[in-house]
Design a protein around this ligand. Structure first.
Ligand code: NDP
Ligand code: 2IT
Length: 444
């Protein structure tokens, strides 16, 4: 049995109840086969794959808080510190009722390779809770965040582990968590990223994931003799990543016509009105029905359906496994030429395979959405030197990081004779640097 198959079998047995984690490991290990086969003896002896698929450590803890009625609520908190071979653990905190250990492990595992691809010194980690911020008052969100940080602060630090936002965790939550960390630890340090601009945040961090997604997509199209300008784009999600992806797509002359949330989706024949979408989602925290009510060119549909719209480029920016095989078939039938993942693992393994086999350019999330964490690392640099860079400076660094990521994965795919397979390219390029560091640091 090959080393990859041996380890895949072990990982499946040890983590049988974590389907998302298994899915992420399967995708990565399968696409690493050419590299592993070329170094099989060394990697097997050093147990490289067993080590990289087992987190350094994982914390699970009770998060008790009091709601507005005086009732005590209990949630479960998580932080998985996966791999710190190339830098302190770095990765977001997801607040969503679907969160469990397997989800956090899949996100932490992906983060190892994503962070490596940025070329910045950050290791892989992830955390979160099954707390649902939806429908909660500000006071309740603060009570949760303070209780969550009361435990989390024992495990993190500016040079140890630096969390940030993800689904359900935005500027408000980061603010409350930063306040509690500072109060308990009595230290003012860049322990979180995505902070407000008045207390150590970086310009462009809010926009970074969506903007970065478009910088990489533009470069991928350009290198395949195609232009982003004039393209019709289907976007899913209506949160941080989706909003700024739509904004940057418009700045590049493309036309995003859809967005979605967990209850329904919008088709706007005139193109999405970003100012209206921001007002509804960032200020009012309301549903997309309000968007359709305010705009005559927009239709609201209940449930799923964004991928049924005819588009040139699809940008899934909501959550994992939101684009399945049926969706992929529909995209191909409608003439879609490129899919770039703004979310983490939004495309199922079967859908990814179908898209690639049908000639659709496919940029995996660990490359395409790396602009968020890359800009977080730039926020860490600014915090360390106690300076703030201008919007233009951060934005231009972000753009060159994304362009470099594309070329690195394109080159890696060519080196291993899988040219055009950007999934393999991203996994190989991300893996090579981490493994070199792991081997240099010995068995640890
Ligand atoms: P937000 O919480 O800001 O927005 C998430 C959006 O996706 C919302 O519109 C939400 O709808 C929708 N959504 C979430 N879960 C589901 C679900 N189960 N079914 C349908 N729709 C859903 O999160 P972000 O925009 O920050 O994150 C989106 C994705 O991008 C995630 O996969 C995240 O891991 C990834 N990502 C985020 C980065 C960042 O910097 N923020 C960086 C890199 C990746 P509703 O409001 O109705 O729940
Ligand atoms: O998935 C991700 O890369 C993020 N949620 C951002 C992590 C970060 O540390 O900025």
């Amino acid at each position: 049995m090959s080393y990859v198959d041996e380890v895949l079998a072990k990982v499946k047995t040890k983590n049988a109840s974590e389907p998302e984690f298994l899915q992420a490991v399967e995708e990565v290990l399968n696409s690493l086969r050419p590299v592993i086969d070329a170094n099989e003896e060394l990697y097997r002896k050093e147990a490289v794959l067993e080590r990289i698929t087992e987190p350094d450590r994982q914390f699970m803890f009770r998060v008790p808080w009091v709601d507005d009625k005086g009732q005590v609520q209990v949630n479960r908190g998580f932080r998985v510190q996966f791999n710190n071979s190339i830098g302190p653990y770095k990765g977001g905190l997801r607040l969503h009722p679907s969160v469990n250990l397997g989800i956090i492990k899949f996100l932490g595992f992906e983060q190892i390779f994503k962070n490596s691809l940025t070329s910045l010194p950050i290791g892989g980690g992830k955390g979160g809770s099954d707390f649902d911020p939806k429908g909660k008052s500000d006071r309740e969100v603060m009570a949760f965040c303070q209780s969550f940080m009361t435990e989390l602060c024992k495990y993190i630090g500016a040079d140890t582990d630096v969390p940030a936002g993800d689904i359900g965790t935005g500027a408000r939550e980061i603010g409350y968590m930063f306040g509690q960390y500072k109060k308990i630890r009595s230290v003012y340090e860049g322990v979180l990223t995505g902070k407000g601009l008045s207390y150590g945040g970086s310009l462009v961090r809010t926009e970074a994931t969506g903007y970065g997604l478009l910088y990489l997509t533009k470069e991928m199209l350009k290198c395949n003799a195609k232009d982003i300008a004039g393209k019709t784009i289907a976007v899913s999600g209506a949160g941080n990543v989706a909003i700024y992806a739509i904004q940057k797509a418009q700045q590049m002359g493309a036309k995003p016509v859809t967005c979605s949330d967990s209850t329904g989706w919008i088709y706007d024949s005139e193109g999405i009105d970003v100012a209206l979408l921001k007002e509804i989602k960032e200020v009012k925290r309301a549903r997309l029905t309000e968007y359709a009510a305010a705009r005559s060119s927009a239709e609201y549909h209940e449930g799923k359906g964004v991928w049924s719209v005819k588009c040139d480029v699809a940008l899934p920016c909501a959550t994992q496994n939101e684009l399945d095989l049926e969706d992929a078939k529909q995209l191909v039938a409608n003439g879609c030429i490129a899919v770039a993942e703004g979310a983490n693992m939004p495309t199922t393994l079967e859908a990814t395979k179908y898209l690639q086999e049908n000639g659709v350019l496919f940029a995996p999330g660990k490359a395409a959405n790396a602009g968020g964490v890359a800009t977080s690392a730039l926020e860490m640099s600014q915090n360390s030197e106690r300076l703030s860079w201008s919007f233009e400076e951060v934005d231009s660094k972000l753009e060159s990081i994304m362009v470099n990521i594309f070329h690195n994965l394109d080159d890696a795919a060519k080196r291993y004779n899988v040219a055009g397979d950007y999934v393999a390219g991203a996994n190989i390029a991300g893996f090579e640097k981490v493994v070199e560091a792991m081997l240099a640091q010995g068995v640890c």
